[in-house]
Design a protein. Structure first.
Length: 464
């Protein structure tokens, strides 16, 4: 039986309740019986889903939205100090709780798996959630995206396992003390919060040090950053380290990945035995995510054969190579990729799945800081497409940085030989793409911002 509601969470108020991480915690608390309230900047399907669970969701931010009897106010790192509800919380002396602390309180008393690192946290966490559910273990989970099957990013299960996506971007993953932790890779990202790779390694070492005594770190044996982290932490007392990947030195070694259209067949060597299973999403990157999930589940004592079979039932996460539809012989697919490594992985996956198709990309850069640091690499990644349209930068929580625009990406893409076009008015993109696309083409809307909204509009233009 899963734990109940922490006392401070009986009547929580979430500022930005519609966000991926925030809404997941709110959903779990609602299902546990808490009186949940919150606010968000705009209406959404997430807001409606929360209301259906009994939560009160206000649109817009105002001091009056915060009830006087709220037991805490939950915030993410994106909430600014001058938010009127946060200011009101101070006036009422209502405790302010960071999202990561709220999630940590929900995980206590359960056998938890925390998935961290770049890139593929959402996918790997989702694979575990789906597989454990398929096996009848009824896990709780909190994920940064909606599962394509259940259509939700979080649930409260009655089983003993809690699977959580652990966000390293603001160091909040250091709040968790999981029984099993997965680190997919360690790369220079989240430039607003980390000044160097040394800072990032320090952060991951702190996270690793929080793994429960006799717990397990599952870590890539292929990625340079993950290998370096392994070197740094392997001798920690009470820590079991399990490496996975295509490297000959991996504890869970990938023997072969065989693409089969939009799926893959994966063979691993585990404890000296060969095990073959299906991954129902395309691309080597996603196959390796599945192997990480397999290694983590085995570390919890789940039989490898059963878990491998259950992993094959995972069919994807919204915005992770999600097919939005087809019109005029053109398929439109949505990709959340916003870092060069993710962009490259998704484009290579699409190229491998549809070798004869042209790939057209609509890319929206995410964050000025990320574009400033990685704009060249983003442009180089776009060279894997046959043609690209690049939008203006989606700022999210950031203010503009002088001199940092999409031109950094476009110039790098052209230097790498890419066919790339700048479109500054997002509303014109569907018409532009409809004019470019031919039957048999694949169109990827790519980025972590509101570029996802363009998929249905592109399909509508193609139909007409």
């Amino acid at each position: 039986m899963a734990p109940g509601i922490p006392a401070a969470m009986e009547r929580p108020h979430f500022i930005g309740i519609g966000g991926a991480g925030m809404s997941g915690i709110a959903k779990i608390l609602s299902r546990r019986g808490a009186k949940v309230a919150g606010s968000d900047s705009k209406e959404s399907a997430t807001a409606e889903a929360l209301r259906a669970l009994g939560a009160t969701v206000h649109i817009g931010h105002a001091a009056g939205h915060l009830a006087d009897d709220a037991t805490c106010v939950v915030v993410s790192s994106a909430i600014r100090d001058d938010n009127p509800e946060l200011v009101r919380a101070g006036e009422l002396s209502i405790p302010v709780v960071h999202r990561s602390d709220a999630l940590a309180s929900l995980m206590r008393g359960l056998r938890s798996i925390a998935v961290a690192g770049t890139h593929g946290k959402t996918t790997t966490t989702s694979m575990l959630a789906v597989a454990l559910t398929e096996l009848g273990l009824d896990p709780s989970y909190a994920i940064g995206g909606d599962l394509a099957g259940p259509g939700t990013n979080a649930t409260h299960g009655e089983g003993a396992i809690f699977v959580a996506e652990a966000d390293e971007s603001d160091r909040s993953f250091q709040k968790y003390d999981p029984e099993v932790a997965i680190v997919l890779n360690v790369e220079l990202d989240h430039h607003a919060n980390y000044a160097s790779m040394d800072e990032i390694y320090d952060s991951f070492e702190t996270f690793t040090g929080k793994i429960a005594p006799d717990g397990t770190l599952v870590v890539s044996a292929d990625q340079a950053g993950a290998v370096e982290l392994t070197r740094r932490v392997r001798d920690l007392s009470g820590l079991n380290v399990v490496t996975y990947g295509e490297s000959e030195t991996a504890d869970v070694r990938v023997h072969k990945i065989t693409p089969r259209g939009l799926t893959s067949e994966v063979t691993v060597v585990l404890n000296g035995k060969y095990l073959t299973f299906t991954v129902s999403v395309p691309g080597r990157h996603y196959a390796l995510n599945a192997v990480a999930a397999l290694a983590a589940g085995v570390a919890l004592g789940i039989p490898a054969h059963n878990l491998a079979s259950a992993l094959g039932t995972y069919t994807g996460v919204k915005r992770r190579l999600q097919l939005k539809g087809e019109a005029a012989g053109v398929q439109v697919i949505d990709s959340y990729a916003h870092h060069p490594t993710e962009m490259t992985a998704d484009l290579e996956a699409m190229r491998g799945a549809a070798t004869d198709a042209r790939i057209l990309v609509v890319f929206q850069p995410h964050l000025f800081s990320r574009t400033q640091e990685l704009g060249t690499e983003m442009g180089q990644a776009l060279a894997l497409a046959d043609a690209s349209v690049v939008l203006d930068i989606y700022p999210a929580r950031e203010d503009p940085v002088p001199g940092v625009t999409s031109a950094l990406i476009i110039d790098a893409a052209k230097a790498a030989g890419a066919d790339v076009t700048a479109v500054h008015d997002k509303a014109k993109v569907p018409e532009v793409i409809a004019g470019m696309a031919k039957p048999g083409d694949l169109v990827l809307t790519m980025g972590a911002g509101d570029v996802t909204d363009l998929g249905p509009q592109i399909l509508e233009h193609l139909s007409s």
